[in-house]
Design a protein around this ligand. Structure first.
Ligand SMILES: [Cu+2]
Length: 123
């Protein structure tokens, strides 16, 4: 490989590394529904999301305690329909949530069962 083509290849690698979001973090869609947690509670207690189509859900854990978002089948519980990864903050993850049935779903943190909120799927 000639020095110039090596330099071009190296530049391409550097650009590729710089243009991606922080490691293991997908880019955050600007209008994605978002849930926040802080002080061992969901500070977002209700969030509207699409129904019948997969969507991206942003979860920001603002503190050093581990939290996740587990979406349940019913307004007041039921079975899990999507359980996001648990992680320690401060950090933000983008969950890829499969299509939800229209209506109200409870969400909770698996680490802290007292942490709950409501996902409203629909228009
Ligand atoms: Cu928690």
């Amino acid at each position: 490989m000639r020095p110039t083509s090596f330099a071009v290849a190296l530049l391409g690698l550097v650009l590729a590394a710089c243009s991606s979001a922080p490691a293991s973090q997908a880019s955050i869609p600007p209008n994605a529904p978002k849930i926040e947690a802080n002080n061992l509670a969901f500070t977002t207690t209700s969030v509207k999301v699409p129904a019948g189509a997969a969507f991206a859900l942003v979860f920001e854990n603002k503190e050093g305690a581990p939290h996740n978002v587990n979406i349940l089948s019913e307004p007041s519980g039921g079975s899990s329909v999507f359980a996001g990864d648990t992680f320690t903050g401060p950090a933000t993850r983008v969950y890829q949530v499969p299509a939800l049935t229209p209506g109200t779903h409870q969400f909770k943190c698996d680490v802290h069962p007292d942490m709950t909120g409501t996902v409203v799927a629909g228009s």
